[in-house]
Design a protein around this ligand. Sequence first.
Ligand code: SAM
Length: 274
Amino acid sequence: MLEVLKRATGHLQKHGSDSPRLDSEVLLAYTLGVRRLDLYVQFDRLLTEPELARYRDLLARRARREPVAYLVGHKEFMALDFEVSRDVLVPNPDTEVLVQRAVAIAREAGTPIRAADVGTGSGCIAVALAHYAPNVEVWAGDVSEKALEVAGRNVAKHGLAARVHLVCGDLMEPMPGEFDLVCANLPYVGEGAELPPEVTAQPAGALFAAGDGSAVVMRLLEAAAQRLRKEGRVLIEIDPAILEATVSATEKSYAGHKVHRDLGGHARVVEAWS
Ligand SMILES: C[S@@+](CC[C@H](N)C(=O)[O-])C[C@H]1O[C@@H](n2cnc3c(N)ncnc32)[C@H](O)[C@@H]1O
């Protein structure tokens, strides 16, 4: 197995993967139906022909730069496991900054709060927030019915159907009432941006927004300002390229704002309050 892994790693490295060893291990563990850590106690195991054939097929797809999460059908986010398919954005570790801040806000509140997750995709923000903050009830919406089917399975898998309500439609339109907290990771990539194949393999409707990429974020900031309760807060994920536009929009409709950075030090989340 060790030799197979070594060759797989070299192959993926040659084809542009930026984490070839990890990808090789994740795909091998998936092929064998074991956890990645279990590979380490089976390093001298020989693979059967059918196992090798399945592994080669996955490696070939990864070498064509399909995201690993689509190949194995799930992805970890905030230490929780999420089903993913080609209908949803793969949950990204950068988004954990937003969820951690949302959980902190909910815990500080201490009382039951109503939250929105706008553009829920796989449901990762809504599910993680409801999981780590039991005082939160979440309305999670998306324009994509196919994404909502995946989100529905993730909500059920984590036993949160009583506190996470899925709704279909534009931004906050299908969500009833006012909110203490509005979270959103909406499309924010500008037209014509050059992206790696792993990114463009994801749904265009989850990635791109008109012009410089700020169009949907701007609309959400306007809509959320009308739907926030007193002292309510908005947390919105952005690309650093639209930081300036986002901050000036918050200055028009909100009492204050601050910027949170991701692990790479990039401006990633704008928090605004009424
Ligand atoms: C960047 S993905 C984020 C998915 C998920 N929240 C996450 O963090 O992984 C954006 C999502 O917003 C949805 N979306 C795009 N425009 C929308 C709109 N106008 N109203 C509601 N959802 C929208 C897309 O279908 C997609 O699922």
